[in-house]
Structure formats: C-alpha cells, structure tokens
Design a binder for this molecule. Structure first.
Ligand code: PHE
Ligand code: CO
Length: 297
C-alpha cells in the first residue's frame, strides 16, 4: 500500500473551504513506514519553528513541546506522546487519514481524543499545504492539550460542537468561527507582550512573524459574539487576530449555553474579516496594507 495516499471518500464544505474528507477510521500510526525524507521534513519544520518561536509563542506551548519531549530527531511516536499526555490531562491522540466529518471530529474532542493526521507533507510543501498534516496537528495543536485549562476548553468545544451540529448550519458556522479565531489563530497577552497560541500560526513560519510584527492585521480583544459574527480568510494570513488575556478568560467566556447566543447572533449581520468596530477593544489597528479584496469565508 502507498501509505502516502490516504483514502479520500468525499468532499465537504468546512472551515478549510471545499475539501476532501477522509475516512472516519482511526488507524495505527504507521511509524515504520516513515522514510528518511519524512523524518527530514519533520526536522526541517521543527528546527525552523524553534528558531523563531521563543519570544513569539506563549510559554505554555513552548514548555509543553519540552514536556512532551518532541524534538527534531525524528517524527514522534503517538504512543510515546500518549503516555505523557494521558498522565497529564487525560487526552490521547488518535491517528487519522486527514480531515474528518464535523460530527466525528466533535465526538473525538468530547471524549478527550485528538485526531492527528498521521502523514507528513512532501518537501515541496514545506512552506504551504492547504490541508492539515502531521506537523500542523502534532506540533501546532497537541502541546496545548498538555495545559489543564486549555485541555478542558477543547473538550467543552467538542461537546458544544455535537450540540451545534444538531441545531443547524448557522450555529455550526458560528462555532467554527470561534475555533478559527481561538484554537487556530489566537493570540494571548503575557507580561512580556503579545504571544501566539493558535495552532495555525504556530505551525507556520510566515504567519508566526506576520501576526505579531506586520502592521497590516488588526489585533482586537476577545469578544465571543463578535467572533461568532466575523468572517475569516482561508487562503492568506488573517486580517484580524483576537487576543485573550489568559486561557481562564477563554474558558469562562465560553461556559454559558450557546443556544440563545446563536439565536442572537443570527439576527445580526456578519462582519467582514478586516473590519474594526467602534465597540472593539483595539490593541492595534491594522493598516490593511497589501490585502487583496475578497476571499472571506
Ligand atoms: N458553552 C457552549 C455551548 O453551550 C459549549 C462550548 C464550550 C463551545 C467551549 C465552545 C467552547 O454550546
Ligand atoms: Co488545525
């Protein structure tokens, strides 16, 4: 079997656009099938990020990379990560072929299982790959599952996802925006300044620098309903990043029942990705320089 050709079954409109959705199966990570190129790709990406993330990524993420003993040496074995992760927060990784249908994904999270794509991108995709691969999932998402508060937030998100799935398309779209602007592209304040916690940023060299150092994007204080209304870009760096004070704030703000919130948000217009409102807490109003028009989801 060519282990690098996961089995696509269907396409689905998700937060990544119209994308292939793979089988829902949980597989064994075929660790022995990784070749020297795969391990080298991991090493290149790992070293590149470790060179730029100190001082940019939040302390919780950097500490957990250490705590989970990830290194450039080789692609980690999920069984090794699981031993440490399960002892710390009760989460386990499960290997999957790629993106899952939404409900399947939510059910994994609700049970403290994080699906990780087992295959890694090819060398020519080092700088950009449209769909999540092993590096994005494992290096980007898994470290924060080592943090007790964030770990609980992710499970609550999964439960909320199961509920939103039953409420319909609009509730689901609103919840997906929350995931996008927190889990994937969130920034966090620290005593030393703004830091990254979003997996989509932390696994991208370009966006790790852009989100903090470019004058173009807006950096706005976290606001649940505001985020639920905000469109986003899937094909370029974000026009707006939302900033939390700490993970407790994020968890507390998302604790209320979302059902009435979805109803309220449904009556309000969506907000384009690059807009700043009078009611926003603005850390940094972007210049918008260099943005192409259109492209918001
Ligand atoms: N409180 C949310 C609900 O009732 C669930 C949730 C928690 C969603 C945390 C996202 C994050 O749906
Ligand atoms: Co992701």
């Amino acid at each position: 079997m060519d282990t690098r050709s996961p089995r696509r079954v269907e396409h689905q409109q998700t937060d990544k656009g119209y994308v292939p959705v793979y089988t829902t199966a949980v597989v064994e990570q075929p660790w022995d099938d990784y070749d020297a190129t795969d391990h080298q790709t991991w090493a290149t990406l790992f070293e590149r990020q470790m060179a730029i993330l100190p001082g940019r990524a939040c302390r919780e993420h950097l500490d957990a990379l250490d705590g989970l003993r990830m290194s450039a040496d080789r692609i980690p074995r999920f069984t090794d990560i699981n031993r440490l992760l399960e002892a710390e927060t009760g989460w386990t990784l499960v290997a999957v072929e790629g993106l899952l249908p939404e409900l399947t994904f939510f059910e994994h999270l609700a049970n403290r299982r994080f699906p990780v794509t087992w295959w890694i991108r090819k060398p020519e995709q080092i700088d950009y790959i449209a769909e999540p691969d092993l590096f994005h999932d494992l290096f980007g998402h898994v470290p924060l599952l080592f943090n007790p508060v964030f770990a609980d937030y992710m499970q609550a998100y999964g439960r909320g996802g199961v509920k939103a799935h039953g409420l319909g398309e609009e509730a689901l779209a609103n919840l997906t925006r929350l995931y996008w602007y927190t889990v994937e592209f969130g920034l966090i304040r620290s005593a030393e300044g703004l830091r990254i916690y979003g997996a989509g940023i932390v696994s991208s060299k370009g966006e790790s620098i852009h989100c903090l150092e470019s004058a173009a994007p807006n950096r706005i204080g976290f606001d649940l309903e505001r985020i639920m209304r905000t469109r986003y870009r899937i094909d370029s760096y974000q026009k707006t990043y939302f900033v939390i004070d700490d993970f407790e704030q994020l968890f507390a703000a998302t604790r209320p029942d979302f059902t009435p919130i979805y109803a309220r948000v449904a009556a309000l217009p969506a907000i384009p990705a690059g807009t700043v409102l009078d009611t926003d807490t603005v850390f940094n109003r972007g210049t918008g320089e260099g943005w192409a028009e259109g492209g918001d989801v």
